[in-house]
Design a protein around this ligand. Structure first.
Ligand SMILES: [Zn+2]
Length: 298
């Protein structure tokens, strides 16, 4: 008879990989649905806890979905199936499917979201862009798990300096396809070597990117004013070739590489408690479904 871990075993293992204590204070991570006593045979990994991912989990017969984004970030007073989120909870509970969220704790962890993105685009010699502060204000979390490797984003260098154009093409090739593709701010012929990355929305971290001396910053959801001001300042201080340049990717795409790491690392760590089958969702849950090019670019 093949042994399978319980959901409690899986949660314990996920929390060793992505300690909840390293999540941001506003975040909502952990188990959303599921009975800790239930056996877990099949685990589906996805960026978003949305209807199409629930469909995929039900079709495949998954016992657990691990997502990056929370289903509930704010308190609710009803999970009746009269809303899209309540309906999703009902479907998961009815099918006996657990939902577990690893969000900013997965961003910060070694081999987490930021590391997976950094690996995908070939960054070496890297450190956290903003190292995690421990509860006592020390450089790392007090739980002692790889303190120097935990924190928001990563900064490192490319094996060989290259042009911004070649680098942006490499980013596009490394990430799953999206309608947005890859947007660039800066001189495509400029040379880039030091790179900062933040999975998900990263325009609050420009100061850290500048302090780190990054030539280019890869992140998602960059807004007009922060992006414009960053480039204006860079050109004022360093001329047209002055960094940091910006490479803006789809939020979904920036976080997707982590799913493979999570599946592999969880499977390995669960080996003593039993076998699990894992699958990384290939459903594109990026909300953007089309892009109409500007007329003058026809
Ligand atoms: Zn995100």
């Amino acid at each position: 008879m093949t042994a399978h871990p319980t959901l409690a075993d899986v949660v314990r293992t996920l929390e060793a990989l992505y300690p909840p204590s390293t999540a941001e204070g506003w975040d909502a991570v952990g188990l959303v649905t599921g009975d800790p006593a239930q056996p877990v045979r099949k685990i589906l990994f996805a960026v978003d806890p949305v209807a199409t991912v629930a469909d995929e989990a039900i079709e495949w017969g998954a016992d657990l979905i691990v997502t990056h984004h929370p289903l509930f970030l704010r308190p609710v007073h009803s999970i009746a199936a009269t809303t899209f989120k309540g309906s999703l909870v009902h479907r998961l509970v009815r099918e006996g499917i657990g939902l577990y969220v690893a969000h900013t704790n997965a961003d910060a962890a070694p081999r987490g979201v930021a590391d997976a993105l950094a690996d995908a685009i070939g960054l070496v010699d890297r450190t956290p862009l903003v190292p995690a502060a421990g509860p006592s204000g020390s450089a790392g979390p007090d739980d002692g798990a790889h303190p120097a490797e935990t924190g928001i984003g990563r900064v490192g260098r490319l094996e060989e300096p290259t042009t911004l154009r070649t680098f942006a093409e490499r980013v596009a090739a490394a990430l799953p396809p999206t309608e947005q593709g890859v947007r660039v701010a800066g001189d495509l012929d400029a040379t880039v070597s030091t790179v900062a990355v933040v999975g998900g929305s990263g325009d609050s971290l420009f100061d850290a990117v500048r302090s780190a001396g990054a030539d280019v910053y890869v992140t998602a959801d960059l807004r007009h004013h922060p992006a414009s001001e960053l480039r204006e300042r860079a050109e004022f201080e360093g001329g047209a070739a002055g960094g940091p340049f910006l490479v803006d990717v789809a939020h979904f795409a920036s976080e997707w590489p982590w799913l493979r790491y999570a599946a592999a690392d969880l499977t390995e760590r669960l080996a003593d408690t039993g076998t699990v089958d894992t699958r990384v969702s290939i459903r594109r849950t990026d909300p953007w479904t089309a892009r109409i090019g500007s007329a003058h670019r026809a």
